[in-house]
Design a protein around this ligand. Structure first.
Ligand code: SAH
Length: 251
């Protein structure tokens, strides 16, 4: 088999936050596969075929990309942020594990990208400077009970928590439910950041507290960061504060 499959993370949005290796793979590919909105971020290259798809159907998209590579095409499958964080890389490996035995012999390369939590953290200060975790609030692929259990465990253990997929039109209540749960475990003064469309022209960052946090502030392009007891706030210029988590942590 002479084809190739790159699984490419495009970063959070800004072109200069995309890795040069990702840019090179996207330029070399004969075929691009991905959610249409993400494919629109890739500049056109002459002779390249584009296969945009709906945001759902991840496994079908993975099959499509693998089939193209198996047919000898040099295919790039794109995700936003990092392709391995709540994104397409896992769907590809799941398809490889359960699919055509030939796919295991394909040349598959995952090209890392800057995940939303890192882009957001960099804009806010250094909130991920100590132990942290990432939780997707989407209950499309796991039951809400499990989301609640993990939120509970993470907050109780003192992790900073990066919340992906906080809500969407089809999932309007999950972030509100998460705040109710977190307020029962953490002080109302716990720092919370809403980071929307980080690195894009319509970027918006708001820093508040758990007590004040309004779920309606978030949308599907928002990363919500919940501080730990150790996370600190410094007042910055123009009343825009910084958040950081110190390198040390008491017991
Ligand atoms: N693979 C992606 C995450 C996909 S899940 C990554 O590594 O970033 C989609 C979620 O990511 C969104 O609901 C939102 O929570 C977050 N997200 C993606 N891009 C973002 C951006 N530019 N700003 C803020 N959050 C973003």
């Amino acid at each position: 088999m002479t084809g190739k499959l790159w699984i490419v993370g495009l970063g959070p949005g800004a072109a200069d936050l995309q890795a040069p290796r990702a840019t090179a793979a996207l330029a070399a590919a004969t075929d691009l596969v991905g959610y249409g909105t993400y494919l629109d971020r890739v500049p056109p290259h002459a002779g390249q075929a584009r296969h945009p798809s709906d945001n759902r159907e991840e496994l079908a998209r993975a099959h499509h990309a693998l089939s193209l590579a198996a047919a000898g095409r040099c295919t790039a499958l794109v995700s936003s942020g990092d392709a391995g964080v709540f994104a397409m890389a896992s769907a590809v490996w799941e398809a490889v594990e359960n699919g055509d035995a030939q796919w295991r012999r394909l040349d598959i390369e995952v090209v890392p990208g800057i995940s939303a939590m890192f882009a957001a953290a960099a804009r806010i200060g250094a909130p991920l400077g100590h132990d942290f975790c990432a939780i997707s609030l989407s209950d499309n692929l796991k039951p809400w009970d499990l989301v609640a259990k993990r939120l509970n465990a993470a907050a109780s253990a003192g992790f900073v928590v990066a919340l992906y997929n906080p809500l969407s039109r089809a999932r309007p209540w999950q972030l509100g439910a998460a705040f109710v749960l977190l307020r029962s475990l953490l002080p109302g003064s716990t720092h919370v950041a809403f980071a929307t469309a980080v690195s894009c022209p319509d970027e918006r960052i708001d820093i508040t507290t758990l007590e004040q946090a309004d779920p309606a502030r978030a949308d599907m392009r928002t990363l919500v960061l919940i501080g730990s007891m150790a996370t600190r706030r410094i007042e910055g210029p123009d009343s825009s504060p910084w958040l950081y988590s110190p390198r040390w942590c008491a017991a």
